[in-house]
Design a binder for this molecule. Structure first.
Ligand SMILES: *[C@@H]1O[C@H](CO)[C@@H](O)[C@H](O)[C@H]1NC(C)=O
Ligand SMILES: *[C@@H]1O[C@H](CO)[C@@H](O)[C@H](O)[C@H]1NC(C)=O
Length: 267
């Protein structure tokens, strides 16, 4: 019996050569591991441009799905029943916009949500997302408390400061915000790229952000390789890539379970 079992598993592994999914004891959580193609910074930028120019997506559309994925992955790992109070730190670009969307969905999911959004982009998209946050009961934190005080008010942080366009060094005006994320001692969930990391090489100093969780959007970038992430939990979200893009960029992406917005890549 055992012999056949083993042969059976071996065959199964062979068939699922690229992806081996592991269904965990809960039966809900599914972790996949396998050969992923990680994008360079310029590939990530080109892929993004193609979605807008060739596939006629608007920024709002993709930002909504990205932010929903972020909120979903955060809630899967740090549910509001235990991690009631969340602070989302939003940067000036698209990554910050994803954070504003995630904040609204997290409020709907039952978190007490606060947003720190120090450099606001004067464009209707961002102004509207920010207004929606306020209307959904998100608290706006104008002045970030010192890192050691954050744990008095929050259980979980979301890092939506910098995304795949980031090139070091961090601008002086945002350095204190990044340092607060690094030094808070709270679990940090990073959106697409851990802030301050080189998009391809990862952390560039010993005083770097070490997120508890990373949610890669659309496809993981090179800094999300397991040998760099180590024990950081890794999710993929942004379930909106057209099939032709997946072929064109030779992407090897895991299958999203059923109708889920996220898939967990490492446990
Ligand atoms: C992961 O581990 C490697 C090897 O120890 C180390 O070089 C790297 O900095 C670690 N990554 C992070 C984010 O700390
Ligand atoms: C995808 O793979 C094909 C065939 O190996 C190669 O010609 C092409 O350059 C690859 N494209 C990318 C974006 O890596």
């Amino acid at each position: 019996m055992l012999f056949f079992r083993l042969i059976g598993s071996a065959l199964l592994l062979r068939v699922a050569n690229v992806w081996s999914g592991e269904v965990m004891a809960t039966g809900i959580k599914q972790c996949s591991s396998g050969r992923i193609r990680y994008l360079t910074q310029s590939e990530a930028a080109n892929l993004d441009q193609e979605l807008f120019n060739e596939y006629k997506f608007s920024v709002d559309q993709l930002m909504e799905l990205a932010g929903l994925s972020v909120a979903t992955a955060v809630a899967r790992t740090y549910p509001p029943s235990t991690y009631q109070s969340a602070l989302i730190i939003c940067g000036p670009g698209n990554n910050g916009g994803d954070g504003l969307v995630a904040a609204r969905h997290m409020a709907l999911f039952g978190y007490t949500v606060a947003v720190h959004y120090p450099k606001r982009t004067p464009k209707p998209l961002y102004e509207n997302l920010f207004e929606q946050c306020k209307r959904f009961g998100v608290n706006i934190v104008e002045k970030l408390p010192p890192a050691q005080d954050l744990a008095n008010n929050y259980k979980i942080l979301v890092d939506a400061l910098f995304g795949f366009s980031f090139k070091p060094p961090v601008r002086d005006e945002l350095k204190p915000v990044l340092n607060t994320l690094i030094d808070s001692g709270l679990p940090v969930c990073s959106v697409d790229i851990p802030s301050g990391w080189h998009v391809e090489k990862g952390p560039d100093s010993s005083h770097a952000l070490k997120p508890a969780m990373l949610i890669s959007l659309s496809a993981p970038k090179l800094c999300a390789r397991p040998e760099i992430l180590n024990d950081t939990k890794h999710f993929l979200g942004g379930r909106f890539l057209p099939p032709e893009i997946i072929t064109k960029y030779n992407l090897t992406l895991p299958n999203y379970p059923a109708q889920d917005q996220v898939v967990q890549l490492s446990c």
